[in-house]
Write a protein that binds this ligand. Structure first.
Ligand SMILES: Cc1cc2nc3c(=O)[nH]c(=O)nc-3n(C[C@H](O)[C@H](O)[C@H](O)COP(=O)(O)OP(=O)(O)OC[C@H]3O[C@@H](n4cnc5c(N)ncnc54)[C@H](O)[C@@H]3O)c2cc1C
Length: 482
């Protein structure tokens, strides 16, 4: 193997390596399951295992995107409209958990009862031209919002770095992008509509049921079934994305300057190495090139390939990463905002993310990188580093705190628990608050100490759902409900 030939060119390496090798092997709807599993009462003709539901029909097992969460519900519901949601809830004989796109790594969704998807309630219902607000059905995937808004001369203010989540799912966990002057997606919600445990439709906003509104914009699926959301949008815009490799020291030194001088700024820090990939997004009037460069511009894939190389020669890890990193050319991409935000993540991984006060960001990242080196943690996957503006959403990790988010990942088929266990104490030391949709090990008492409006949220949850219709075992544990 000629190490000098390893280039961290984001496109060519991965083509050669066969992208897609990392696709999930989780228990998706088509997964085959061992029929001797005690839960399994029926194997359909196609060989897909399932239990028999209350209506005597097979119910398929479920798994999330990375395959680290799975369950066997006894009922699946996909209502066609709000009336059917109401009817299901009024007739419910067992708990109901909602699922969006299954992109959470924490056990928010798994249930052995009813799994409800609002995938059929999708699309834009109404655009309020005067206020540039948009009413969107809860099951709409983020990817389905950009184009129709663009056609109406509008764009979402900010988005996460992928667009495959469901809208209600993304809002339930304060899904965020990057941008020191930009909030999470939840902070741009101006009105919500949901069906309560009593089967009633309620709406909330800053002026109507304001307490419910504060709780519902990060609801963890625990307050009711959200059917529609109103988002604040803005004039449509184009973005220029620029990525370049820096020496680690330079990157850390410039982090706050880059944060303050770009609309969006983020880092991908390479463990065991002396380099860091910077990425900025800024509004631009430049024309969109006719022939967009091929490829998805996704550095994750490159690291998958590199990690396979390091498996063969682990003692050369640092040298290989540094050699590869030093060959990365700067790249620029120009496109419609929603096209530039939405990256493709072909390679599946598991993730832990914490938010720390913005001013601790650099120090916290440094300590994590030092910990990885000191403990010789076998990890290749870059750490993602972003800034997010504070908000007033009760369970938001950004509640009244300008924040820096740092995420650790490992490939879905590699051990991640020991790695995350070594890093989590560093986050906690810097007053970290976990991302609800990502892996963490905190319980009710620790969460209450980190989320100032914890008790207020619990009060509203109890008022909305006194019988716990919308709880699963994870939430009962999280909320210390026995
Ligand atoms: C590849 C990848 C990239 C990611 N990138 C980012 C990122 O850039 N930034 C970030 O912040 N996060 C990111 N995440 C995390 C992800 O955005 C969150 O976990 C999000 O909540 C997932 O949305 P979902 O539609 O898949 O919801 P699910 O994971 O299916 O569900 C999440 C929660 O929403 C609830 N829910 C769903 N629909 C409803 C409804 N109609 N009514 C009530 N409750 C409902 C569920 O019960 C559950 O509690 C990423 C995840 C992956 C896998």
């Amino acid at each position: 193997m000629n190490i000098n030939k390893i280039r961290l060119d984001r496109r060519t390496i991965l083509k050669a390596a066969g992208v897609g090798a990392g696709l999930s092997v989780g228990m998706g709807p088509n997964a085959r399951v061992n029929a001797s599993d005690t839960n399994i009462k029926n194997v359909t003709q196609s060989g897909v295992a399932a239990v028999l539901g209350n209506n005597g029909k097979p119910v398929l097992p479920w798994s999330n995107w990375s395959g680290n969460q799975h369950c066997q519900p006894t009922q699946r519901e996909t209502p066609r409209n709000e009336e059917q949601v109401v009817r299901s809830i009024k007739g419910a004989r067992q708990p109901i958990r909602c699922v969006g796109a299954g992109h959470s790594f924490s056990p928010l969704v798994p249930t052995s009862d009813t799994l409800m998807s609002l995938a059929r309630l999708r699309g834009i219902e109404k655009i309020h031209e005067e206020t540039q607000e948009v009413d969107i059905w809860a099951g709409t995937r983020l990817a389905q919002i950009g184009k129709p808004l663009w056609d109406a001369g509008l764009g979402l203010i900010n988005m996460p770095d992928i667009n495959t989540q469901g809208l209600a799912g993304a809002i339930a966990t304060s899904t965020h992008g990057a941008g020191y002057r930009l909030g999470s997606m939840s902070s741009y919600v101006t009105r919500m509509r949901m069906v309560t445990a009593a089967g009633e439709i309620v709406e909330c906003s800053a002026t109507e049921n304001p307490e419910l509104f504060n709780a519902a914009r990060n609801n963890l699926g625990a307050l009711g079934v959200v059917t529609q959301l109103r988002l604040q949008a803005r004039d449509s815009y184009k973005l220029s994305e620029y990525s370049w490799m820096m020496k680690l020291e330079e990157g850390l030194e410039r982090a706050e300057e880059l944060r303050d001088t770009n609309r969006h700024f983020e880092f991908y820090a390479l463990p065991h190495a002396d380099h860091i990939l910077g990425l900025t997004l800024n509004e631009t009037d430049k024309p969109i090139p006719e022939q967009e460069r091929e490829g998805n511009g996704d550095a994750y894939e490159t690291f998958r390939t590199l990690s396979q190389v390091v498996d063969v020669v682990p003692f050369l890890r640092r040298f290989i990463i540094n050699t590869g990193a030093s060959t990365v050319e700067p790249e620029e991409k120009i496109g419609r905002s929603y096209d530039v935000f939405g990256n493709l993540r072909d390679i599946r991984f598991n993730e832990m993310e914490y938010s720390v006060p913005a001013e601790y960001g650099v120090q916290c990242l440094k300590e994590i990188l030092d910990t990885i080196k000191r403990e010789n943690i076998d990890i290749m996957f870059p750490l993602e580093y972003r800034y997010v503006k504070q908000d007033d959403v009760w369970l938001s990790p950004f509640y009244q705190r300008d924040s820096c988010t740092i995420s650790c990942h490992n490939f879905h088929d590699r051990e991640y628990k020991k790695y995350f266990a070594a890093i989590e104490p560093v986050f906690l030391k810097y007053e970290g608050r976990p991302h609800w949709g990502k892996i963490h090990t905190l319980g009710a008492r620790e969460l209450a100490a980190r989320y100032p409006m914890w008790n207020e949220f619990q009060r509203v949850r109890k008022e909305m759902d006194p019988q716990g219709l919308f709880l699963n075992s994870h939430l009962k544990e999280l909320f210390a409900l026995g």
